[in-house]
Design a protein around this ligand. Structure first.
Ligand SMILES: [Zn+2]
Length: 174
């Protein structure tokens, strides 16, 4: 017979550790909110507002934004930077336990990096009809010729991500 405290919700035993308030387990829209916050930091140094967070078991292990202009590095997309930080955090290049949440559909370089990292899962916001490689122009995340496929959830808070980009480019033209 199992103890009653295992039988359902709301029956936490007194000896259970309290739920952590500093490390909330995030669902996709909540994680995307953090990625959007990251994206908003990019225009301060002239970069296109794209942000990415990496999670393991719903906890953030990396959070980066586009730094191409800041660093002069053509590979400094938010996804590449977040993957590198996530690999450091988990201690291996193989990121099969990692979910990457990014505001914009990854480009071919970044989608290639996701496959190379054996990423566990991708969540993105706005589709990118001009450069997207996770469904728009290409789908490198679901190509059976490659050695890994990445499950993709598209369109999470897409309007907010797209509005950030539209606002950035409108301001630059004015
Ligand atoms: Zn990219």
């Amino acid at each position: 017979m199992l103890p009653a405290m295992d039988a359902g919700h709301g029956t936490r035993g007194r000896s259970d550790p309290p739920p952590s308030v500093s490390d909330p387990v995030l669902d996709d829209p909540s994680a995307m909110a953090l990625a959007l916050d990251e994206a908003r930091a990019a225009p301060a140094h002239g970069d296109v507002p794209v942000g990415a967070v990496a999670l393991v078991d719903g906890l953030v292990v990396a959070s980066r934004h586009n730094e191409r202009e800041l660093t002069g590095d053509p590979t400094a997309h938010a996804e590449i930077l977040a993957l590198a930080d996530a690999a450091t955090a988990v201690g291996t290049w193989r990121l099969s336990d990692v979910t990457l949440v990014v505001t914009l559909e990854p480009c071919p370089m970044c989608a290639g990096a996701l496959v190379a990292a054996r990423l566990g899962r991708l969540v993105f916001g706005a589709a990118d009809p001009k450069a997207g490689a996770c469904g728009s122009l290409y789908n490198l995340c679901a190509d059976p010729r490659l050695n890994h496929e990445v499950p993709v959830t598209a369109g999470v808070r897409a309007d907010e991500a797209a509005a950030l980009l539209t606002g950035f480019f409108a301001e630059r033209r004015s």
